[in-house]
Design a protein around this ligand. Structure first.
Ligand code: BTN
Length: 318
């Protein structure tokens, strides 16, 4: 955690003298560090003569000792970064460097956060949660199907625990409040997908984002917008770790089939008419639910068809 930012995270004014004394450096050095910080993070600082410096908007920084202890408590190693391209990419680098799963990678910021279907994932500094869990599957063929849907249930559970009661799921793994996206999941598997393999479970939760950016092409919301107050990102990460740990245990032991009915009960579009599209091909049908492998069950004409694959997109017919 950046020590200077940690002193300023509450959004209250602190003088250059006070900041300098706290960090054992000169006022001039504080001023230089703040200019650098602004340029690197995109955070906005206010300077008022006689009062000092403050962040225009308070933030909630990741508290590393707290989080690493909590992750260790559920049996996971952890790696924290100030800024990186993507926590999923870093997780892959760490696997290649020999780091043993399970472990989590989080960062205050992603420069090239990735979403599904080649989209980018907007990842401003200190605002949201960018979280990748590296997990090994002993029986990939049995445990991979439906994994990202089980993860969706875990994210939903974590958000409900934080007080967002009207959150639901959209196949395959969008987490929405009404029509607005609050979290997304990008799972990437490596190794022998039919046998022992490693999966990177990338989760992005919009926690304190208020303004967004032009890159956001879908309607979105955040925990802060839903609760009407700044959320503690550490609490979000802890709640997510707890629910992921229990849902993954069920999923790996029994398979997605054991969670299928729960998933359908939280499916916002259950029973609705929708278009499923892939590479310019569109099929219209009624959403019946999902099967034991997490594939979408669609009633097309008089027959049921099952669809799976990360490149498919689903649109509601209104
Ligand atoms: C989606 O398109 O809905 C999936 C979004 C997944 C975003 C997360 S943020 C942490 C991890 N790192 C990435 O680059 N992407 C995932």
């Amino acid at each position: 955690m950046n020590p200077l930012l940690s002193l300023l995270q509450d959004g209250k004014f602190r003088s250059g003298k006070n900041l300098g004394e706290s960090l054992g450096v000169t006022r001039a050095s504080i001023w230089k560090q703040l200019i650098k910080l602004e340029a690197e993070t995109g955070l906005q600082l206010e300077r008022i003569r006689g009062r000092g410096y403050r962040l225009s908007d308070p933030i909630s920084l990741l508290a590393l000792p707290l989080l690493s202890e909590h992750f260790a408590g559920v049996g996971w190693g952890s790696y924290f970064f100030e800024s990186l391209a993507s926590t999923n990419d870093k997780a892959r680098d760490l696997i290649q460097a020999g780091c043993q799963p399970p472990f989590v990678v989080t960062s205050e910021q992603q420069i090239s956060g990735r979403g599904r279907r080649g989209r980018s994932w907007v990842s401003p500094y200190g605002e949201n949660l960018y979280f990748s869990l590296v997990w090994s599957l002993d029986e990939g063929a049995r445990q991979l199907p439906g994994l990202s849907l089980s993860v969706g249930l875990a994210v939903l559970e974590a958000l409900r625990e934080l007080g967002i009661s009207n959150v639901g799921l959209k196949w395959p793994n969008d987490v929405l409040v009404g029509e607005r996206k609050i979290a997304g999941i990008l799972t990437e598997a490596f190794g022998d997908l039919a046998d022992k393999c490693t999966v990177i479970i990338g989760i992005g939760v919009n926690v304190n984002m208020m303004r967004g950016s032009d890159e956001l092409t879908q309607p979105w919301t955040s925990v802060r917008l839903e609760l009407g107050r700044l959320a503690d990102r550490n609490q979000v990460a802890i709640s997510l770790a707890n629910s992921l740990s229990s849902y993954l245990a069920v999923h790996c032991h029994y398979g997605f089939g054991a969670l299928r009915h729960e998933w359908e009960s939280k499916n916002l579009w259950q029973g609705k008419d929708a278009t499923i599209s892939s590479s310019g091909r569109h099929v219209i049908g009624r959403i019946l639910g999902v099967d034991d492998a997490g594939a979408l069950r669609l009633l097309v004409g008089s027959g049921e068809q099952h669809y799976s694959g990360g490149e498919l997109s689903l649109r509601l017919i209104k």
